[in-house]
Design a protein around this ligand. Structure first.
Ligand code: FEO
Length: 171
């Protein structure tokens, strides 16, 4: 059974994961209308992943005797100066999510809720991966600079990243 404190903080995280999904959906739209098909596909996949993260929390809260709260959401930013800025925002956002997950881990220990603590370990590992992927992408973007041919190749290569990260999820 979840304590009221744990139920509240898990519900706060449900909102954060839902907002993450919306943020990446807005990024997918921005890239798609700019003709960056590969980047758009990557962002659509990120948006779907965040929805899965949200649902995992929803089911955990409901199964542990709590009641998952589905709240309204803040509207995401829909415009970016460049695709580089967009990926910088993605990394910033993932760092924010990691801090939030770490904070949840802390609270679960304070509350001596070891089941929740154990459940959160999946998210701790996932955040390490997501931050690492965002940093790798930004390194590539910095290598490309303003080169249009480089952007074309980057847009093509990121499709591969989307496909391989989707197949990793199925393992
Ligand atoms: Fe669910 Fe990318 O954090």
């Amino acid at each position: 059974m979840l304590s009221k404190t744990i139920e509240k903080v898990l519900n706060d995280q449900i909102r954060i994961e839902s907002e993450s999904s919306q943020i990446y959906l807005a990024m997918a739209c921005w890239a798609e209308v700019k003709g960056l098909e590969g980047i758009a596909g990557f962002m659509y996949a990120q948006s779907d992943e965040e929805r899965d993260h949200m649902l995992k929390f929803v089911k955990f809260v409901n199964e542990r005797g709590g009641h998952a709260h589905i709240s309204d959401l803040n509207e995401p930013n829909v415009k970016f100066k460049s695709f580089k800025e967009m990926f910088e925002k993605l990394l910033e956002h993932e760092i924010f999510v990691s801090e939030s997950i770490n904070n949840l881990v802390d609270i679960s220990l304070q509350e001596k809720d070891y089941a929740t603590h154990n459940f959160l370990q999946w998210y701790v590992a996932e955040q390490i991966e997501e931050e690492a992927m965002a940093r790798t992408i930004l390194d590539k973007i910095n290598l490309i600079g303003d080169d249009k041919g480089g952007l074309y190749l980057f847009d093509r290569d990121i499709q591969q990243l989307t496909i391989s990260s989707a197949s990793n999820d199925n393992v």
